[in-house]
Design a protein around this ligand. Structure first.
Ligand code: ADP
Ligand code: MG
Length: 326
């Protein structure tokens, strides 16, 4: 079926950031309100994700590490349902195939399960007193796949990929408190107060967040809101504009263009804003024929949303007497 093809087409674990993405998405799916990530050596030595979500029952622990054993799959449409980020049921299996994984999980405070899986082999599972939630520690990623390890880039590059992933997930979920530690240094820490500006502060810095303009707009199908700086010469690309649709970070060239058009052409010569755009819409308006793991997503009413973005920014700058040109 198309669905199973989409599923098997899925990429698996390319680099440390892929592990971080899959584990944190699982924490979000599990209803966590707090997700703490620690990495060492850009994730090649250790990636640890701790959440306070629903946990895994002891009987379900071995199954969770089997390929295509997912508790979440339902339909193609669900691929874009914000309520479930996981859908392929292969992330944990793939991670455990290429690393040394320790899981500690409990569905209620009290008795939980510890499991140790390395190179797909379950080495140990036992019960232990734990707090509610799940902690997964991934050590020695790619220890048994030297070819894969060779494609991993410098620690700096890999760490930047991890930062990108957490930024996006945190911006899409202002209601969840995220932290990222690189060894002992806190790199990202968001409040989880469901306030987008506070989340931006936790990612970029308080002064940056405070200096941004808020904007909002809506029509019959879409509600947009967010924060933007003015375009300036410190940014020469669109990379500092994040677009979230129903909490999911996406890439869409047309929408980006439409957003930027709102600033008028004069402001935009070699300059770009730092911006976070959140769009809420009916999930049915997302074209699901797109490969599920690609971030480039098409919308059936893309032009309409683009026009709303342009108009929202133009109107907001107008209120600040910042109308650049007609
Ligand atoms: P998927 O997310 O596609 O279902 P995964 O391989 O990522 O597949 O996870 C397998 C299963 O393990 C999930 O369906 C879920 O039931 C369980 N699981 C994984 N991580 C967590 C977590 N942090 N908290 C609770 N359950 C989890
Ligand atoms: Mg998953």
């Amino acid at each position: 079926t198309a669905l199973s093809n989409q599923i098997s087409a899925g990429e698996v674990i390319e680099r440390p950031a892929s592990v971080v993405k899959e584990l944190v998405e699982n924490s979000i799916d599990a209803g966590a309100t707090q997700v703490d990530v620690t990495v060492e050596e850009a994730g090649l030595k250790t990636i640890k994700v701790v959440d306070n979500g629903g946990g895994i029952e002891p009987d379900d622990v071995p199954t969770a590490f089997l390929r295509h054993a997912t508790s979440k799959i339902a339909s193609t449409r669900d691929l874009f349902n914000v309520h479930s980020l996981g859908f392929r049921g292969e992330a944990l299996a793939s991670i455990a195939a290429v690393a040394d994984v320790t899981l500690a999980t409990a569905t209620t405070a009290g008795l939980g399960t510890i499991a140790h899986i390395k190179g797909s082999k379950m080495l140990d599972q036992h019960s232990e007193g734990l707090r509610k939630g799940t902690q997964i520690t991934v050590n020695d990623l790619f220890y048994n796949t030297p070819a894969r390890l060779k494609y991993v880039q410098s620690q700096n590059t890999e760490l930047n990929h991890i930062l990108d992933i957490i930024d996006r997930l945190a911006l899409g979920h202002p209601e969840i408190a995220f932290s990222l530690k690189n060894k002992d240094r806190v790199v990202i820490k968001t409040a989880g107060t469901n306030d987008l500006q506070q989340t931006i502060a936790g990612i970029y810095s308080v002064p940056v967040a405070k200096s941004m303009l808020d904007f909002q707009g809506e029509d019959n199908d879409f509600r947009v809101h967010g924060y933007t700086s003015l375009p300036d010469t410190t940014r020469s690309s669109r990379n500092y504009i994040s677009l979230m649709i129903n909490g999911r970070y996406i890439k869409n060239y047309q929408l980006m263009k439409a957003f930027i058009a709102g600033y008028g052409s004069k402001l935009m010569v070699g300059r770009y804003p730092l911006a976070v755009i959140a769009v809420e819409m009916d999930p049915l308006l997302v074209d699901v024929n797109v490969h599920p793991t690609k971030q480039e997503v098409r919308l059936s009413k893309e032009d309409q949303l683009g026009a709303l973005l342009t108009e929202t920014i133009r109107e907001r700058l107008g209120r600040e007497n910042l109308i650049p040109d007609a």
